[in-house]
Write a protein that binds this ligand. Structure first.
Ligand code: CA
Length: 483
């Protein structure tokens, strides 16, 4: 449609708590049983990033880093309840000034009113899966349907009907899914009900070999993943937090599944390890079926771009606000700098510039999107931004002096899940973590210990490495104005 000389469009699809282990493009142990063909398509027709990490593995801080291109201590969103000050420069504001039509639909979660968007329609805080409330400039109203479908409907409607078709666009599609409590949609209530998923080898981790924080967290499937409000089994008759927002038809379909789950549970009399195994299976069935709706809706977006001649000159990004534990270390949730939560999935497609089926292993970050999109739009990034444009990486032209380490900082303690405050530095092989309030250090050698089971901090043979990583941490803190 003659748009190859125009500035590229950007579609940024952002899910919440979507583990890379739950995307089949990453070929993990769940890939065969729980495929994500549409998300995979972005990688097949573009690039899969294998080393994308976050600055702070938590919903709101990650969103703030994406928008501002800065670490939490600069943008002020350090913990879940912090509000984004939208007077700071964000990439959508810059793109607007460069002539882009901009929109965000779905989970915003930053408390303040979105700024820099021609159109926005957002969930109320965490939002709801069924018949969610959506907020616009005109106020709040409930919309019938399943959140993942509704968000995509709204996004496609804006693309089709409500934007200035002569201008390039930047559309952020922010799903609530598959965030806790992993409520699957009407199309996938029965998906995976008959599947048994492989257990991670660390499901019964005893946390020996690590320090206090791994032992005192409160995010285990065994103790903290709740039978009722997480796994939907209410032992008391007629009590369910999940049915409240559903219409009659949705409720009936839902109850059909979870009544059987409850019957099954009651027939088993499970305790100890058997109970944990059962809970893990239920967790996976719900989580992965919730993911499946995200994948279906990614497919709808890709199809729309195809049908409207937009594929060639649109950068499509799929990413999550952080990673998530799918039973590794016996956990669900995120927060730690350990690999499953520190790392996040990232796939990009832009046929004009990205070679098909590329795989990239450079260290990239959620800090990088803002500058990437600004460069793509032909702008110059404000000096306050702390990331790197991914454009050369996307073109397989990563500069020789590309970053070799990443800075991480988690602040939300005391808080739900009781993960201690920590900061750290990681390169492709080593990770140094400092739980500074209790002054405990951990060093992991990921080439020998990819599951991070053995803290080597006090091992004399790693002394030089510890000192090297400490120096690197200090250097990064100076670079990012964190000290
Ligand atoms: Ca999240």
């Amino acid at each position: 449609m003659g748009q190859t000389n125009k500035k590229p469009n950007i579609v940024f699809i952002f899910s919440d708590d979507h583990a890379f282990q739950a995307i089949s493009a990453y070929k993990g142990p769940l890939a065969q049983l729980a495929p994500t063909p549409n998300i995979d398509r972005i990688g097949k027709e573009g690039m899969r990033f294998d080393k994308c990490y976050v600055t702070n593995s938590l919903c709101t801080p990650s969103r703030a880093s994406v928008l501002t291109g800065t670490h939490s201590h600069i943008n002020g969103v350090k913990i879940l309840s912090d509000k984004l000050d939208t007077n700071q420069v964000t990439f959508p504001t810059v793109l607007q000034s460069l002539g882009y039509q901009t929109a965000v639909v779905g989970k915003w979660h930053l408390k303040s009113t979105p700024k820099g968007f021609n159109y926005w329609e957002i969930l109320n805080d965490q939002g709801q899966y069924y018949n969610p409330d959506l907020i616009t400039r005109e106020g709040q109203k409930q919309v019938e349907g399943y959140a993942t479908d509704v968000i995509t409907d709204k996004a496609l409607n804006w693309l089709q009907n409500d934007r200035d078709q002569t201008a390039p666009f930047m559309l952020m599609i922010h799903h609530k899914a598959p965030h806790r409590s992993f409520e699957k949609g009407p199309d996938h209530l029965h998906t995976y009900e008959d599947v048994t998923f492989p257990e991670p080898s660390t499901l019964f981790d005893d946390y020996s070999g690590r320090g206090t924080p791994a032992k005192t967290q409160e995010m285990t499937i065994a103790e903290h993943l709740k039978l009722d409000s997480d796994l939907k089994v209410y032992l008391e008759q007629n009590v369910s937090g999940f049915n409240k927002r559903m219409n009659e038809q949705q409720r009936k379909a839902w109850n059909k599944v979870y009544d059987s789950v409850k019957t099954d549970f009651l027939s088993r009399n499970l305790t100890g390890k058997e109970l944990i195994k059962w809970k893990y299976q239920r967790y996976m069935k719900d989580y992965l079926a919730t993911v499946r709706s995200v994948d279906d809706n990614v497919g709808r977006v890709l199809d729309y771009l195809d049908k409207n001649g937009l594929t060639e000159n649109t950068l499509v990004v799929y990413c999550s606000d952080q990673g998530f534990y799918l039973g590794e270390h016996g956990w669900y949730d995120k927060r730690f700098m350990y690999e499953e939560s520190f790392r996040t999935p990232l796939l990009m497609r832009w046929p004009k510039e990205i070679k098909k089926a590329s795989v990239n292993a450079d260290l990239v970050s959620n800090l990088d999107f803002a500058q990437t999109f600004i460069q793509l739009a032909g702008g110059v990034s404000p000096e306050t931004m702390q990331g790197l444009s991914l454009l050369p990486v996307m073109k397989n032209q990563t500069p020789k002096n590309w970053r070799s380490s990443l800075y991480y900082h988690y602040y939300d303690y005391p808080a739900v899940h009781s993960v201690r405050k920590h900061e750290g530095v990681a390169n492709k092989r080593y990770k140094l973590i400092h739980f500074y309030e209790i002054d405990e250090w951990e060093l992991y050698d990921l080439s020998k210990d990819p599951k991070e089971l053995k803290n080597q901090y006090n091992n004399p043979s790693y002394l030089n490495k510890v000192n090297e990583m400490k120096a690197e941490l200090k250097r990064l803190k100076q670079q990012y104005k964190a000290s």
